[in-house]
Design a protein around this ligand. Structure first.
Ligand code: UD1
Length: 426
């Protein structure tokens, strides 16, 4: 059992480098299963979700090793086609293995990933797409079995919603299908383009990734290659929100500012000054943040649902009233119950949160229930007066690599305490 202890009220300043993107690394590692031989993935963040992905790959017969931020996957001996329930439960996005295993072994058996803290998260779009590619699917007692004895066949697939995971599963599965697959209304997130770049480096023929229509010409085989994962735009924006709530000034390096578009607009609306160059963003916060009229989460290039909670925490200290509408996941305001313990004034009505800024937050003992909601609690703790203790931090560690080290490097006061042992770092 570990927790973060934060002494709030310290202005963040300095420079920090941003980790590789979790949401790129996970599908790329899953796609490595489909590539003959060895793939080497650079800039892979050191996270619990990446460990869980590596464990699934090992279970399927891959040899996986990590050296710092470099993960190597050799899939030469990978004949497995079943992911047991405990591994599926560890990480909801393990459904990303569906397309890779099906394409490689023509058969896959998974347990249904089920709902999670942020919503029901059905996988109907993934399954419909696999059916369109020629798979036969049976679902019973919480398990899904997909078979394609004659291999997958290219086709046109129109997604009713631009699901990130479904787009990734289709791209992976269609890479070695017979013929051409066209995905209409595909997700356009930068992580989709990153996946396509990796697969194209392995011999795939994918065009249009990052746009609404993606065309995948199936190839006979993919061969492992090396790839460097893009930086994490959500982590970058989280550290920007942390800087803003403390009235600080921070330069984030090793990032792709173009991926931060709508988030930069929002920070400017709160009165922050933003300067970008090709690989960095500098944020300088005013002494008093301003509220924002309305944030509506949307698929990329709209405002990301993943940054809604960190920004929600930041706005609790902004002058005036801000409104957030969450359109992507139905249960993504759980963190707000915890924000109220800091003295925040927030009302939630269905998918809308109304935040009335308060002059000060005070430290609190709070509990994390999901990844981004956990990041929001760190931000509130940094912006609060006095001590904050955050428990259940494993949720945060699914997506943020040593946030205590990054924030301490920016003069924040945050320690990670191992309740069974001693203090680990600060
Ligand atoms: C990915 C990201 C997650 C991000 C989300 C939206 C990864 C590992 N996770 O999740 O961090 O918050 O995109 O940007 O990349 N839906 C269905 N049926 C489906 C699939 C999705 O109804 O078959 C719904 C979901 O319940 C949700 C919405 O579509 O309401 C968006 O989901 P999706 O884009 O698929 O998100 P994920 O790929 O799960």
């Amino acid at each position: 059992m570990c927790e973060y202890v934060i002494e709030g009220g310290k202005r963040l300043f300095g420079e920090c480098s941003v980790q590789g993107a979790k949401n790129s690394a996970l599908p790329i590692l899953a796609a490595a299963l489909l590539c003959d031989g060895k793939s080497v993935i650079y800039n892979c963040p050191d996270l619990l979700d990446v460990d869980a992905t590596a464990n699934i790959l090992r279970h399927l017969g891959c040899s996986v090793s990590r050296n710092g931020h470099t993960v190597s996957v050799d899939s030469s001996e990978a004949m497995g086609n079943e992911i047991p329930e405990p591994l599926m439960r560890e990480m909801r996005s393990s459904v990303i293995f569906l397309g890779a295993i099906l394409a490689k072994n023509r058969k896959v058996r998974l347990s249904t990933p089920g709902g999670c803290e942020i919503g029901l998260r059905p996988i109907d779009l993934h399954l419909d797409a696999m059916r369109r590619l020629g798979a036969q699917i049976t679902e019973e007692y919480g398990h899904i079995e997909c078979t394609a004895p004659d291999g997958l066949k290219g086709t046109n697939i129109t997604l009713s919603f631009p699901s990130v995971g479904a787009t990734e599963n289709i791209i992976i599965a269609a890479s070695t299908a017979k013929g051409t697959t066209t995905v209409i209304n595909a997700a356009r997130e930068p992580e989709i383009s990153d996946l396509a770049d990796f697969l194209n480096g392995c011999g795939a023929k994918i065009s249009g990734a990052g746009q609404g229509t993606v065309v995948i010409e199936g190839v006979k085989k993919l061969t492992g290659s090396s790839h460097s994962v893009i930086t994490d735009r959500i982590v970058a924006a989280t550290y920007m929100a942390a800087t803003a709530i403390t009235g600080g000034k921070v330069r984030l390096v090793n990032i792709i500012p173009a991926h931060l578009g709508p988030m930069i607009d929002l920070f400017e609306e709160t009165g922050c000054k933003i300067k970008t160059d090709c690989r960095s963003v500098c944020i300088e916060a005013p002494s008093q943040l301003k509220s924002v009229k309305m944030i509506r989460t949307m698929p990329y290039p709209g405002f990301p649902t993943d940054i809604q909670a960190p920004v929600g925490a930041m706005l609790t200290k902004a002058k005036g009233t801000s409104v957030i509408i969450e359109t992507i996941f139905e249960n993504r305001f759980k963190y707000i119950g915890e924000l109220i313990r800091f003295g925040a004034k927030v009302r939630v009505d269905g998918r809308m949160a109304v935040i009335e800024g308060v002059p000060a937050l005070h430290g609190a003992k709070v509990k994390t229930s999901d990844l981004r909601g956990g990041a929001a609690l760190i931000i509130a703790g940094l912006g609060a007066e006095g001590e904050t203790v955050i428990t259940d931090i494993k949720h945060i560690e699914r997506g943020y690599e040593s946030p205590e080290k990054t924030l301490s490097g920016l003069s924040g006061s945050i320690r990670r305490i191992d309740k069974n042992g001693s203090e680990e770092s600060d």
